[in-house]
Design a protein around this ligand. Structure first.
Ligand SMILES: Nc1nc2c(c(=O)[nH]1)N[C@H]1C(S)=C(S)[C@@H](COP(=O)(O)OP(=O)(O)OC[C@H]3O[C@@H](n4cnc5c(=O)[nH]c(N)nc54)[C@H](O)[C@@H]3O)O[C@H]1N2
Ligand SMILES: Nc1nc2c(c(=O)[nH]1)N[C@H]1C(S)=C(S)[C@@H](COP(=O)(O)OP(=O)(O)OC[C@H]3O[C@@H](n4cnc5c(=O)[nH]c(N)nc54)[C@H](O)[C@@H]3O)O[C@H]1N2
Ligand code: SF4
Ligand SMILES: [Mo]
Length: 736
């Protein structure tokens, strides 16, 4: 008989609640859960691909061990034994820094990986920790860290109560939101406009989001900082500074005013490609909005001024009285694991930044990690401290990080590499051992990450939809197994006992004399469920282990299969602040000093042609191209070119062309699109599935071209270390 299970979709940040109809272990139908307290039935075309993902014959079901250059299937025992044989001797010989870890995007979408990777990291103690954060949002984490005192104190638009939304470098109509968990952005944007609200988009492409907005302005890629400085300048010049309730919670206003003084709209206009009148009107409209916000995302992060742009966006919200106000940018308060509720309310130590630097480039550590663009050089540059082994978890940096060819070569030179992945793909092919993850229908889920960026607070838990088969461990168990191996306990350690011991250690630290009692109250749960129960019960809505009997625990969340609504966001300043001053730092010296780079580049000319990235609804970074339901249809890895550029460069729509930068070239298919800003070409990332040694048969049929193959791994925002992916000068010529 068919049964219906509920599962939060793990495929993007919108975290929609789904209904999965299944029978005899087979998925029959996937639809949105109308009763879901957060997503109310919304879903996008990717949701139904969970069936294809579950059934994909190319998805790994058993570990693989590489012997004599070829992968052989292996049992879990054999795989762990191989790791135990090869990894610890490297640590013993060269120390923990000889082993690097690299995490990919799906880690943020998997409770098992999110909650248990820290265990592994602690056991290993390496400085060489890398992740997709540094090709993504780390500039925003740094700017918010400096301003509010916490890496995850990142405000999100309160769209349901807003009447003005200015969007820079984000395309939520396609991405479904990022650092902003907002299922059905389209519906919410439509409602905003129906209330008489306005939406404005700043993007070098007239995007799907621009299409549903009231206004769209092209911007020169990488030049948001100039626009934003011009807007802040306007607020000061026109006496539009009105932080309202926040006035007593901010510091650095004078320093900020002095810092933006040189950037009058007429001066920055040519540099950003937006005229001075428009810059002033954008500033005035934001200031005049009753309930409004300016929001920026990946386009504003993946550029050389990523941290500065991220900072100025918050500055604008604060100066116009839109931070921490209904309908503006507000701080979510997640039910569990909320980074922005830890510690004493109202003051703190702020964030520690640059505690160490990468060996080769000297890039500063941010939030405990180094830029992923440093990984290749740390492997291929000999000398003390060189990386000799790698643990890659749910990441595909060979495609997702700049200069994939260099990284691929570097990975081949490692003494040992483990991949935890679900495919034999462009990155995992370099591993010596691959430990497969499980299908999202086979594990339990709670959104550890994206509840922290949700436009409305809620708690939802999904038990596994289908049972795991063939003795496959859950990923938290694999991570504990690796932890045990690194701790020198060998491949057959009792990981149940280790799990208990590690939790006991945590509790001794956080709960002191109550540790034993709490441990007993969490029994007989184990693994991720136990950590989740702990997170919920000790969280801001928790039952505090009986002290707040009406509060949340896992049992209560479980009993509500479509989730528990915890209400709209509420004002949190000053409680959310953790800066030493107890104030919002408007002008952190690190950021103000970095304006020297901006001043030096104010009159820089526009390169003839630059490339930017793009996301697509039926794709997700590099890894969903093997799912037939998404792969079908029109060829998607096209280079969008304005017709004027096509004419002057001699390019024809549908024709192929050579796209080159940094001495490397890829072949792309041209698509003429007058929605592009002239002088800018757009190509999606995550393609290029034609590398040898992979096994993704559907993806290989239409491999596409890897944009990152031509980008420069040495180009970073010097503050955050984030890769520069946008606005890179390129040459585009017709292919012979
Ligand atoms: N040029 C350019 N490059 C970019 C971007 C861009 O805009 N432009 N965007 C960047 C961004 S924002 C990001 S987040 C990164 C993403 O960078 P990555 O995370 O490195 O890339 P993904 O394609 O998301 O790869 C995810 C990997 O996880 C595996 N996987 C999927 N599900 C699971 C699972 O449940 N368990 C395990 N163990 N493995 C799993 C997949 O097979 C795949 O190997 O790419 C970045 N790269
Ligand atoms: N369907 C789908 N959804 C996804 C993903 C996916 O691959 N596919 N990836 C997920 C991930 S990992 C992330 S991080 C999020 C990202 O979520 P978003 O940030 O919303 O993603 P993008 O669609 O890449 O939007 C970035 C926009 O920035 C523009 N842009 C490029 N350079 C500049 C610039 O210099 N200035 C300005 N102002 N704009 C610029 C681009 O044209 C693009 O429209 O999406 C997530 N959701
Ligand atoms: S929008 Fe994102 S979370 Fe929602 S169904 Fe689509 S992929 Fe899943
Ligand atoms: Mo991302």
């Amino acid at each position: 008989m068919a049964a219906i299970a509920r599962r939060i979709c793990p495929l993007c940040e919108a975290a929609c609640g789904l209904e999965i109809e299944h029978e005899d272990g087979k998925v029959k139908k996937i639809r949105g859960d109308e009763a879901d307290v957060f997503s109310a039935g919304f879903l996008c075309p990717k949701a139904v691909s969970l069936k294809d993902l579950h059934e994909d014959g190319d998805r790994l079901r058993t570990p693989l061990i590489k012997r004599n250059g070829r992968f052989e299937t292996a049992t879990w025992e054999e795989a762990y034994a191989e790791i135990a044989r090869r990894l610890p001797p490297i640590i013993e010989r060269d120390g923990p820094d000889a082993v690097a870890t690299v995490l990919g995007n799906p880690v943020a979408h998997k409770m098992s990986l999110m909650l248990y990777f820290p265990r592994l990291a602690k056991a290993l103690g390496t400085k060489n920790m890398y992740s997709a954060s540094s090709v993504d949002q780390i500039p925003k984490m740094l700017s918010c860290g400096l301003m509010y005192g916490g890496w995850l104190s990142i405000p999100v638009p309160d769209i349901e109560r807003s009447d003005y939304l200015l969007i820079l470098g984000a395309n939520p109509m396609v991405s479904n939101g990022s650092l902003w968990t907002v299922p059905d952005f389209r519906g919410k944007a439509k409602a905003l406009r129906a209330r008489g609200g306005r939406m404005i988009v700043i993007d070098p492409r007239r995007t799907e989001t621009a299409e549903v907005a009231d206004e769209h302005h092209f911007i020169r890629p990488g030049a948001d900082v100039f626009l934003l400085l011009g807007m802040v300048h306007t607020l000061f010049a026109e006496d539009l500074i009105m932080p309202g309730r926040l006035a007593e919670h901010i510091t650095g206003l004078d320093a900020l005013q002095a810092a933006v003084q040189p950037y009058a709209p007429q001066l920055v206009a040519p540099r950003c490609g937006i005229d001075a009148t428009t810059i002033r009107h954008l500033a005035r409209d934001l200031a005049g909005a009753q309930r409004g916000a300016i929001y920026g995302r990946i386009g504003t992060c993946t550029q050389q001024y990523g941290t500065l742009a991220s900072w100025l966006i918050d500055v604008l919200n604060i100066l116009t009285g839109h931070l921490d106000e209904e309908g503006g940018m507000m701080f979510p308060k997640a039910a569990a694991f909320a980074g922005n509720t830890r510690g004493k309310p109202g003051t703190g130590r702020g964030v520690a930044y640059g505690r160490y630097r990468s060996r080769v480039s000297g890039a500063p550590e941010v939030a405990g990690e180094l830029p992923v663009t440093c990984l290749a050089e740390e492997i291929d540059t000999p000398g003390p401290g060189q990386v000799k082994a790698l643990i890659a978890i749910a990441g595909n940096p060979v495609l997702s990080a700049p200069n994939g060819p260099r990284l691929a070569k570097a990975l081949d030179s490692l003494e040992f590499m483990v991949s935890m992945d679900i495919y034999l793909n462009e990155t995992s092919r370099h591993a010596d051992v691959i430990l497969p993850g499980v299908s999202p229908l086979e594990d339990a889920h709670y959104d550890v990450t994206f509840t922290q960026f949700s436009h409305r607070n809620h708690a939802r838990y999904s038990p596994p939809v289908l049972p795991r088969t063939g003795g496959t461990p859950d990923e938290w168990e694999s991570l504990l197994r690796l932890t045990a191996i690194i701790q020198g306990r060998g491949p057959d350690a009792d990981i149940g006992q280790l799990d208990d011991a590690l939790l006991q250690e945590d509790l001794d630290k956080s709960a002191g004399p109550l540790a034993g009692q709490i441990m007993a109250m969490l029994a007989p749960q184990r693994g991720v469920e136990r950590l989740l129960d702990l997170g919920l019960r000790s969280g801001p809505y928790g039952d505090q282990f009986g002290q707040q009997p009406a509060g949340l625990n896992l049992q209560k969340v479980r009993a509500a299969p479509s989730g528990i609504d915890l209400g709209a966001m509420t004002p949190r300043i000053p409680e959310v602040l953790r800066t030493p001053s107890g104030k919002i730092e408007l002008a952190p010296p690190l950021l103000v000093d970095d304006l020297a780079r901006v001043a030096a580049a104010l009159h820089e000319g526009q390169p003839d042609l630059v490339v930017i990235g793009r996301r697509q609804l039926r794709s997700n970074n590099s890894w969903m191209h093997n799912l037939p339901v998404l792969a079908k249809g029109a060829y998607r890895c096209t280079a969008l070119v304005h017709s004027h550029d096509a004419t002057r460069l001699g390019l024809a729509g549908g024709g192929s062309a050579q796209l080159s930068a940094n001495g490397r070239t890829i072949t792309v298919q041209v698509e003429i699109d007058d929605g592009m800003m002239p002088g800018v070409v757009s190509l999606p990332h995550g393609w290029g599935h034609d590398l040898p040694g992979t096994h993704m048969q559907v993806a290989a049929e239409r491999p596409g071209a890897n944009l990152n193959a031509i980008l420069d791994d040495r180009l970073r925002d010097p503050l955050s270390g984030n890769a520069v992916l946008s606005g890179i000068p390129v040459k585009l010529t017709p292919a012979a």
